[in-house]
Design a protein around this ligand. Structure first.
Ligand SMILES: [Zn+2]
Length: 223
């Protein structure tokens, strides 16, 4: 069995793909790992299943407007993180369900991006976890193995691709801890790009300096 990647610094990682549910998920769970990878030339792509169109307390704004604002914020954050490609699948926020349709969309993204490592939600989580996160984790893992690898599965979604590993965040049994202290300032800057989701930048900065330095993943070998 191949040796697992040692972390974001592992030279064998040339490409990575993050599949998440909402704008700001990446900044919350894995932006430090992303920065460590893009900092040494790894190509990292983002896929967002929804554009967070219900992520506003202000009911005078339309969902389309909220989505537009949040996509723009995600693009600004991606810029800070050194990421060029952000794909928005634009499913309705808080309504994701496990479906073959969603799996096929993820397969197409995986086959386009051709990652060595997929970063997504750990679906093995406590009950009080956003259902979109749980769905994205389950469907992304089903998409990456075996669907994206097998040529007869969704043949119109591009040529098959075998991803070496998945790193799952937000779960109960992390196996990899990454100290992102060296890129913490930039990670916080990326989070602050989500202006609509930030009440007090000062409070957030203080809190994140204390709690956002260690990122935790459960590594899954896909080979
Ligand atoms: Zn989320």
């Amino acid at each position: 069995m191949a040796r697992l990647f040692s972390g974001p610094d592992d030279k064998r990682i040339k490409r990575a793909l993050c599949i998440v549910a909402h704008p700001d998920d990446i900044e919350f769970y894995c932006a430090g790992a992303v920065l460590m990878m893009t900092g040494r030339g790894v190509v990292v792509d983002f896929v967002l299943a929804t554009s967070g169109d219900k992520g506003a307390r202000d009911i005078t704004k339309s969902r389309a407007k909220v989505a537009q604002i949040r996509e723009r914020e995600q693009e600004l954050a991606a810029d800070v993180l050194g990421v060029k490609r952000v794909a928005f699948l634009r499913h309705p926020d808080a309504e994701l369900v496990e479906s073959l349709e969603l799996r096929k969309e993820f397969v197409a993204e995986i086959r386009t991006s051709k990652p060595d490592v997929l970063l997504t939600f750990d679906p093995n989580v406590p009950y009080r976890f956003h259902p979109d996160h749980r769905v994205v984790g389950r469907v992304a893992l089903d998409a990456v193995w075996p669907s994206a690898r097998d040529p007869l599965t969704f043949p119109k979604a591009g040529p098959p691709h075998e991803t070496a590993e998945a790193w799952c965040f937000g779960g109960l049994q992390p196996t990899l801890e990454v100290d992102v202290g060296g890129v913490l300032t930039k990670k916080i800057e990326a989070r602050l790009a989500h202006t609509s989701q930030t009440t007090s930048p000062q409070t957030l900065m203080r809190r994140w300096r204390a709690m956002a330095r260690i990122e935790k993943f459960h590594q899954v070998n896909l080979r």
